[in-house]
Ligand binder design. Structure first.
Ligand code: SF4
Ligand code: FES
Length: 151
């Protein structure tokens, strides 16, 4: 996992589980730009704007945390993109099936892979539903490239 940081926010990036929804590229292009190096410019928007965007990332590939001394209101930084998301009481795990796309899971859960390896995840993850992903069980956006269709 890579990190990009300012005094107010740390952006964590786990490329392997990105489902290539392009939400980050479309909604905050001054920060997320595939033509730039590094592709994440964490100084190009406020920490609060970046937090709001990362809360929309469907795969959990983008997450955030607050460094010590951050001026960001911690109440703003407890959304689904938080590295330190806290569940009160019994965690609720939700699943959402996207038309022509992956299954979005939100909540702490474990996946036992076909080789018996256990993957622990917290927060959001996109699981492949089309079977075409090169990074199963995670969605890598291949469904869109192949124009896979299902209700
Ligand atoms: S899944 Fe997240 S990181 Fe990947 S393109 Fe979409 S918003 Fe960006
Ligand atoms: S559902 Fe996205 S690659 Fe399979």
């Amino acid at each position: 996992m890579k990190e990009y940081r300012t005094d107010d926010i740390i952006v964590h990036w786990e490329s392997e589980i990105c489902s290539h929804s392009a939400i980050c590229l479309k909604k905050l292009p001054q920060v997320f730009n595939l033509d730039a190096r590094p592709w994440i410019n964490v100084n190009a928007a406020s920490a609060e704007e970046i937090i709001r965007l990362i809360d929309l990332c469907p795969s959990g590939a983008l997450r955030y945390s607050l460094p010590e001394g951050s001026k960001v209101d911690p109440a703003l930084a407890g959304g689904p993109g938080s590295m330190t998301i806290k569940y009160d009481g019994q965690p609720v795990i939700t699943m959402k099936i996207l038309r022509n796309g992956p299954i979005l899971i939100d909540g702490p859960f474990t996946i036992t892979n076909t080789d018996g390896n256990i993957i622990n995840r917290e927060g959001k993850t996109s699981l492949c539903r089309c079977g075409l992903s090169n990074n199963r069980p995670f969605c890598d956006g291949t469904h869109a490239k192949k124009d896979w269709k299902v209700d």
